[in-house]
Design a protein around this ligand. Sequence first.
Ligand code: ZN
Length: 142
Amino acid sequence: MKKIEHLGIAVKNLDASNDLFEKLLGVAPYKEEEVASEGVKTSFFMNGPNKIELLESTKEDGPIAKFLEKKGEGIHHVAFEVDDILVEIARLKNEGFIVLNEEPKKGADNKLVAFVHPKTSNGVLVELCQEAPPQPSPKERE
Ligand code: ZN
């Protein structure tokens, strides 16, 4: 694990929370992105070298909707940057953690991500993230 990459915060209404966090941090979100496969709409703020991700559910039964129902708004996950996500997944499994994604998936902000079940990490949902390699252009893929 290299460093904390970002904190993920679950919110009910992304627009309202963007305004709130803009007031709190004194800076506007630098990006908004929907990850349809995860049922979330996200926004990202920089605070000095640190990053904060807000997440709103776009699906009634999505993971963020379920979290809000159970716990309400608040810190949802801590994301750690890793050099090689496959190596980290194997290492953590070997250490007895339950890794929810054997295969890393495409997350927001051009990252490959995998999650560690909070029940094996003191109630903290841990996200591993690795900068995704650049997508080959359609021409290169042929
Ligand atoms: Zn995240």
